[in-house]
Design a protein around this ligand. Structure first.
Ligand code: BG6
Length: 290
């Protein structure tokens, strides 16, 4: 069997060695181990803080939390009762089905719809599906958002984002190509700036929402040019976040944890997506090793 289900998670295994683990709480991808061109031993590619709660008491500090329907503190009138980054990362999703199981890889689907708990805070009809696909050297995570309301009802208005914590030495990270893109610098009170760097680093506290997300970025580190390609579709922004020593204030961050990751987050994090009744939007992230 290329997958195993336990009480709280689903584990995917690829015959060539790669594996992935998805916690039902938040449908949070907790682990992605993959070999690369120079190392045939499957190596962990995602960062999860050793202090992260995995018992459903709070969103996981690491992996790939799913952000929906708001990014950051809620600003839209329909979201005002929600917590920062919405509810998708702090609800237990349903393991729905195995979508694909062949030589190319294994793909599983999780779903989340309204529950009494969610509806008490957010009364819009919605349906989410999250498809996680493990291939030999690649992990793809696709978020499907459906507006199930009858035609004539208003649009489903949302933000969405995949809050990917890549396990990398943050002092060495170089992200390209974002040069020339406008970004909202959340460390400077939301000032809009233009990126001048060919390679973006996170050696200073970084919380930047790039507009007009590119189709892909390369994240490189180390003298040997280790790297990860992050491809995205239908996402309009790319957030790059690393709090540096400010991270010590985050209760569930392990000591010095910010030295071991960079968050690269394809999303719709500025403005909102308006999804008409009966329509589905699919946002895709594909991580692969360079
Ligand atoms: O602590 P949280 O809610 O997981 O958020 C972490 C960070 O998430 C990033 O996406 C935001 O840009 C940051 O501003 C935020 O601090």
């Amino acid at each position: 069997m290329p997958y195993e289900q336990t009480t709280d998670r689903v584990v995917l295994k690829h015959p060539q060695g790669a594996s992935a683990e998805i916690l039902l709480y938040g449908a949070t991808v907790l682990s992605w181990k993959s070999p690369d061109a120079t190392n045939s031993t499957p190596t962990e590619r995602l960062f999860v803080s050793s202090k992260a709660a995995l018992d459903g008491s709070k969103p996981v500090r690491g992996g790939i939390p799913v952000v929906f329907p708001c990014f950051g503190p809620p600003s839209h009138p329909e979201h005002l009762k929600l917590a920062q980054h919405g509810f998708a990362r702090s609800e237990v999703w349903t393991f729905d089905s195995v979508v694909m199981d062949n030589d190319a890889g294994v793909s599983v689907r999780f779903t989340l719809g309204p529950t009494p708990k969610i509806s008490a805070l957010y009364d819009r009809p919605f349906q989410l599906a999250y498809v996680v696909t493990l291939a030999a050297h690649e992990l793809s995570t696709n978020l499907h958002v459906t507006n199930p309301s009858p035609s004539g009802s208003g649009p489903l208005t949302f933000q969405a984002l995949l809050h990917t914590y890549l396990r990398v030495p943050s002092s060495e990270v170089r992200i390209s190509a974002l040069q020339g893109k406008k970004y909202v610098d959340k460390t400077a009170g939301g000032a809009v700036k233009e990126e001048t760097r060919e390679f973006v680093d996170v050696r200073a506290t970084t919380d930047a929402v790039y507009e007009d997300a590119p189709g892909q970025v390369e994240v490189r580190w180390g003298a040997e040019g280790h790297g990860m390609l992050v491809r995205m579709r239908e996402f309009t922004t790319l957030t790059v976040w690393n709090p540096q020593a400010e991270g010590a204030k985050i209760g569930d961050m392990e000591d010095g944890g910010w030295e071991r990751y960079v968050c690269v987050e394809p999303g719709i994090a500025r403005g909102f997506k308006d999804l008409e009744p009966g329509r589905t939007w699919i946002g895709q992230q594909v991580l692969s090793l360079l």
